[in-house]
Design a protein around this ligand. Structure first.
Ligand SMILES: Nc1ncnc2c1ncn2[C@@H]1O[C@H](COP(=O)(O)OP(=O)(O)OP(=O)(O)O)[C@@H](O)[C@H]1O
Length: 694
């Protein structure tokens, strides 16, 4: 739609004083233009409206027009909306004529929604462009619907329902659905959805903050999501993807074991006298030979030793701890504990994100198949009662994110005195400022066996020095440290390419790359939640089906986004770092760091979403001198350790930075890897954007 069309469609500009049109097609030649501002420069209100406006400019054809707000009593911004295109579900509109039931027409395609929303009959915040966020919120309580002329789909803006929901609209007169030709395929969403009919609040939780704990009382809407149960059929349980042609190359990696009297490494899974059922399950999982990290970790764990293991991404660390733990549990026997008020798991596994802990749970189901061992997974963003019900049915291996784990323990649903194995996956992340406090709290519970009375196992592809020291507090003094390849090294099966791209040209470069790679699954990492949705939406406008995942999306939408990406329905997933670690998704051929991360460790994890299990992959990073200078030197090391080409310009940038001739952006040189809760922000190191991971 050309510009003047929008002017005609959007109606009286005077009503839209505070929002410039966000025409994503415009080049940032006008630095004052809305789009040439960085996404993050928007305030919440303004951004939501801008997104709203930007969505207008996304629509193709003349089908969408916010006629501008019609006064009514002046308090109600009523937006005549000819109907967005393809918004999927979610944005609730109530017919101004009948005014009672909202007959919803759920549009196909767009699964996203915008801004904040309310649902279930509450008046949403009219998306007035002239009211502030607070004004809209207060309006949302008592504003009523105002009749319009009845000809148009008069919509009292019920506020967008947010992620994965989107837009319901009905023509006020004939009930026929408004023709929608919205942008196809965008399954992202904006802002914050609401749950349970309560008003939306833009709330970003710090990861690990308790759903059920103190925060829950003051936090927004009650979490009601209950994830669909995983398939029970054997084929689905053992579903896996093929190892790649470079799988055998793993054995070329040098393995170092630090510590006293390490047991000998395995040569094959048969080297251990595992029970028959487990041996069969390993074969069903398609594991014909152990990877290096498994060869060394399995005997160490079976020998009862504590372990810190560092191996490249995609090299089988999950099985490296699951197989020996299950083997030992089979040997020692487990207490059958169904439907007891308090469950006493033998093993607790924790990881930093909900999607990753669920993935570990699904892996555990493979190895316990046909045994009496019961794995359970609990994580934030889901109904707490659902987690409790899952645990109550019996729990030998508890897979949990920190926030929900501590909540369930504090509710007395889990007893710790029977814990024999404590596993921290992505351990460096679990121990740094992100979840370190939660982990300390976990091992400090009175009934948690002290470190000399349990086995503590830590795994990650990266282990910064300071975290190695922290780990010592959790491990027995005679723990063993296994390193496959270089500590923190990138997987050499990932072809890395760093491009110098300044902020305003990233968008075009991204589209150029995505158009060139077609439908190959691509993970695009950005540095803020807003940008994740914005870019996903922008890509849809470019006819590149994309979806988004980040910590402020509702869990249901996060899981839908991941499912659509895994299935190829949306071959592009735009993500924040919530997807940086651990996710094991088949056929991810490309990782694009639209924004490079704040630490080199996170870079290694992000590019490790591709090139897994002997498969190859490609990673492109957009290096912006103004913000990424601090990464130049660490990138050179990672590239050269992984036998990748080091661009000359990068060495020059590193030299400039070392010589202090290039500014180092404080925003990005924050060393903290974790969430930053109030009061924890390091002086001079602005906190990274917080998002709820667990
Ligand atoms: N011995 C094996 N033989 C064949 N496939 C394996 C083997 N071990 C693991 N895999 C497969 O390799 C993939 C990567 O494994 P996993 O996710 O455990 O890697 P990881 O080292 O934990 O990666 P990350 O560091 O990203 O978390 C999985 O699909 C897993 O099923």
């Amino acid at each position: 739609m050309i510009e003047e069309d929008w002017n005609a469609e959007i109606g009286d500009e005077a009503l839209l004083p505070s929002i410039e049109k966000v025409n994503l097609l415009e080049k940032p030649n006008d630095p004052s233009s809305v789009f040439s501002r960085s996404v993050d420069s928007f305030g919440t209100d303004e951004f939501v409206d801008a997104q709203h406006q930007s969505v207008n400019s996304f629509g193709r054809g003349r089908n969408f027009a916010a006629k501008g707000f019609q006064g009514g009593n002046g308090e109600d911004a009523i937006m005549q909306n000819r109907g967005f295109k393809g918004f999927g579900q979610g944005f609730q509109e109530r017919n101004a004529v009948d005014g009672d039931s909202t007959q919803n027409r759920w549009f196909k395609g767009f699964g996203g929604g915008f801004g904040q929303g309310t649902k279930d009959g509450q008046r949403g915040m009219p998306q007035s462009r002239t009211l502030t966020f607070k004004e809209r919120q207060s309006l949302a309580d008592d504003a009523g619907f105002q009749g319009g002329n009845g000809e148009d789909a008069i919509m009292q803006n019920r506020g967008f329902k947010g992620f994965g929901q989107g837009f319901q609209e009905r023509n006020a007169v004939d009930g026929a659905s408004t023709q929608n030709r919205g942008f196809k395929g965008f399954r992202g969403g904006f802002g914050q959805g609401t749950k349970g009919g309560q008003r939306s609040t833009l709330q970003s939780r710090t990861p690990g903050s308790r759903e059920g704990g103190a925060l829950a009382d003051s936090a927004g809407p009650k979490v009601t999501y209950v994830p669909p149960p995983p398939p029970e059929d054997e084929q689905a349980i053992f579903a896996r993807y093929q190892t790649g042609m470079n799988f055998d190359k793993y054995d070329e990696n040098i393995v170092e074991v630090s510590g006293l009297d390490p047991p000998a490494a395995l040569m094959s899974f048969a080297d251990t006298n595992m029970c028959h059922t487990l041996t069969v399950n390993i074969a069903k999982a398609g594991y014909s030979k152990p990877t290096p990290v498994q060869k060394y970790s399995i005997p160490i764990i079976l020998a009862g030793r504590d372990l810190m293991a560092c191996a490249q991404t995609g090299s089988g660390k999950t099985a490296a701890f699951l197989v020996p733990v299950v083997a030992q549990m089979m040997k020692d026997g487990v207490t059958a504990s169904s439907f007891k008020e308090q469950q006493e798991p033998e093993c607790i596994i924790t990881a930093p994100t909900r999607e990753l802990i669920n993935q570990i749970f699904l892996e555990a189901r493979k190895f316990v198949y046909g045994t009496c061992i019961r794995p359970v997974v609990i994580y934030g963003g889901t109904q707490t009662d659902y987690s409790i019900r899952q645990v109550k049915q019996g729990c030998n291996i508890l897979c949990a994110t920190p926030g929900r784990l501590l909540d369930i323990i504090e509710r007395g649903k889990i007893g710790l005195h029977n814990v024999k194995y404590l596993v921290l996956d992505e351990a460096d992340r679990m121990l740094d400022m992100g979840f370190g406090a939660d982990m300390k709290k976990l091992v400090s519970f009175p009934d948690m066996p002290q470190k000399d009375k349990r086995q503590t196992l830590m795994f990650s592809a990266t282990f910064p020095e300071e975290v190695q020291r922290l780990a010592g507090e959790f491990l027995k003094t005679d723990f063993l440290f296994v390193v496959v390849g270089h500590v923190g090294g990138a997987c050499s099966d990932v072809q890395q390419n760093i491009l110098q791209v300044s902020q305003y040209f990233k968008r075009d470069k991204l589209v150029e790359i995505l158009h060139s790679i077609g439908n190959e699954r691509t993970l695009v990492f950005v540095d803020t939640k807003k940008k994740a949705d914005f870019i996903a939406c922008f890509l849809c406008q470019e006819n590149i089906p994309a979806t988004s995942i980040h910590g402020d999306r509702e869990q249901r939408e996060r899981e839908i986004a991941l499912r659509d990406f895994r299935s190829g329905k949306c071959p592009v997933l735009v993500a924040t770092s919530v997807a940086a670690r651990g996710l094991d998704i088949e056929r991810v051929q490309h990782v694009i760091n639209f924004d490079l991360p704040s630490t080199i460790e996170e870079y290694v994890h992000r590019i490790g979403r591709t090139g897994r299990c002997g498969n190859t992959g490609k990673a492109v990073g957009f290096f912006d001198n103004n913000s990424d200078g601090h990464l130049a030197q660490p990138l050179i090391k990672v590239l050269s350790d992984a036998q990748q080409e080091v661009p000359l310009w990068l060495t020059e940038v590193a030299f400039e930075v070392e010589g202090g001739r290039l500014p180092v952006n404080t925003q990005k040189n924050y060393r903290g890897r974790g969430k930053v809760t109030a009061g924890e922000v390091k002086i001079g190191c602005p906190a990274r954007e917080i998002e709820s991971w667990d």
